[in-house]
Design a binder for this molecule. Structure first.
Ligand code: FCB
Length: 434
């Protein structure tokens, strides 16, 4: 069997993690600007102010992608560049940037895959309540409409939300990511409002001619620490793996949501608007135990019997395969795209300037093998996007983790393709020669 003829190899990034130029051409502040500039929020106080300076260096970055031979590039469109206050008139210069980028990609033969919300909410919307407010869903649909109006003739895939579970959990429940709120279970409205925003955006995008529309979720198989912990693992599974997928693909919430007052009956059909694909981000499984106390129905415990990445995340390609099988058995799936998968290590240039990263090659090889096996078993997977093209701003961890196929020296902005870059290039080339 093997991968389909038109299988798409890609790389992924996100606006705040690479662009920099946060005050340029009329961009407004986002929650991540505010958060990263708040003392103590990010490691060593790192911010995305400059990041990889991709806003100015994008031609070089597109050339790096062309050198890899990727079919597609997943990037995100910064809402605060397009609508600096989160609503109202378009800031033309903001959209011009993505217009140039999209044209540059097409010239290089690379299909643009645009994410509309990769966590950089315009700060004025957060000041009005952010995703706790229903109105933010409508604002997001409006932004999506404006982006599609300008770009849908050339953007190949549209991803509404990136990993909404992370926004709800890390952003609003535990406060370790922007906007840094600690609402615990009271953060659940942010799940519904993001999903409503997704559904409204699907329709807005289609009305402006978008070809292919979906969303990207974060998935982590839940491993019960012992048989007695299975109910806790199921609760984690419902939160992490089902909360943002069941409503979209099944039109209903998993039990944990209950009859929440913020859900209107007419919302579910909007949320379940048909999608053309589901984006899957996978990094690692999670081990779950029953909590002794506390507000949550599960405790996360360390997985210690596997090697780990620089983030301390266990490397378990088999869990990726089991995730793909679970998704396939749980739902009547649209085509899948692996929209993120990758790893960080402490990659630094050697004496000769080369950046050798054998662990990344091993990681990617094993995870891509899981994709191939799933495809052989009949799971409909159409693409794989490695996270990430470049080392970049890894949220609360700042610039410490290095996830790139290309090393970035943040002092000089020099890009150095790592050994894994050449490996991925050869893999793509050999899959085309078949
Ligand atoms: C994902 C995010 C992405 C990146 C990777 C490592 O959760 O979507 O932006 O930070 O993790």
């Amino acid at each position: 069997m093997g991968l389909p003829e038109d299988f798409r190899w890609g790389v992924a990034t996100a606006a705040y993690q690479i662009e920099g130029a946060v005050a340029e051409d009329g961009r407004g502040p986002s929650t991540w600007d505010t958060f990263s500039h708040t003392p103590g929020r990010t490691r060593d106080g790192h911010t995305g102010d400059v990041a990889c300076d991709h806003y100015h260096r994008w031609p070089e970055d597109v050339a790096l992608m062309a050198g890899l031979g990727v079919d597609a590039y997943r990037f995100s469109i910064a809402w605060p560049r397009v609508q600096p206050s989160g609503s109202g008139a378009v800031n033309a210069k903001g959209l011009d940037f993505y217009d140039r980028l999209v044209d540059g990609l097409l010239l290089a033969g690379i299909a643009p895959a645009a994410t509309l919300y990769h966590w950089d909410l315009p700060q004025p919307l957060e000041d009005a309540g952010g995703w706790m407010e229903r109105d933010t869903a409508y604002r997001f649909a409006e932004f999506s409409y404006l982006a599609a109006e300008r770009l849908s003739d050339r953007v190949d895939m549209w991803i509404t939300l990136n990993e909404p579970v992370v926004v709800t959990a890390y952003g609003y429940a535990f406060g370790v990511y922007a906007p840094g709120r600690t609402l615990l279970l009271d953060a659940l409205p942010t799940a519904h409002h993001q999903l409503l925003g997704h559904g409204l955006a699907v329709n807005a995008l289609r009305s402006r001619g978008a070809r292919s529309v979906g969303l990207t979720n974060h998935y982590s198989p839940a491993w019960a620490a012992s048989p007695a912990d299975q109910p806790a693992a199921d609760a984690f599974d419902a939160f992490m793996n089902r909360l943002f997928t069941d409503p979209v693909l099944l039109g209903r919430y998993p039990d944990l949501m209950g009859d929440a007052p913020f859900i209107r009956s007419e919302d579910m059909s909007v949320i379940a608007s048909p999608v053309d694909f589901l984006g899957v981000n996978y990094y690692n499984p999670t081990r779950i135990a029953t909590p002794a106390e506390g507000p949550l129905p599960f405790d996360i415990v360390d997985i210690t019997e596997y090697p780990t990445t620089g983030m301390g995340w266990p490397i378990v390609p088999d869990a990726f395969l089991s995730l793909l099988r679970t998704l396939d058995s749980r739902y009547d799936l649209p085509p899948l795209h692996i929209t993120e998968n990758g790893c960080s290590f402490a990659d630094e240039p050697g004496p000769d300037g080369a950046v050798d990263d054998p662990s990344r090659i091993e990681f990617l090889d094993a995870h891509i093998a899981a994709v191939r096996t799933a495809v052989d078993e009949g799971v409909d997977i159409r693409g794989y996007f490695a996270w990430s093209l470049l080392d970049n701003f890894e949220w609360a961890e700042g610039y410490h983790p290095r996830f790139g196929l290309v090393h970035v020296d943040y002092e000089t902005q020099k890009r150095t393709p790592k050994t894994s870059y050449g490996w991925y290039r050869d893999l793509i080339a050999s899959s085309k020669r078949r």
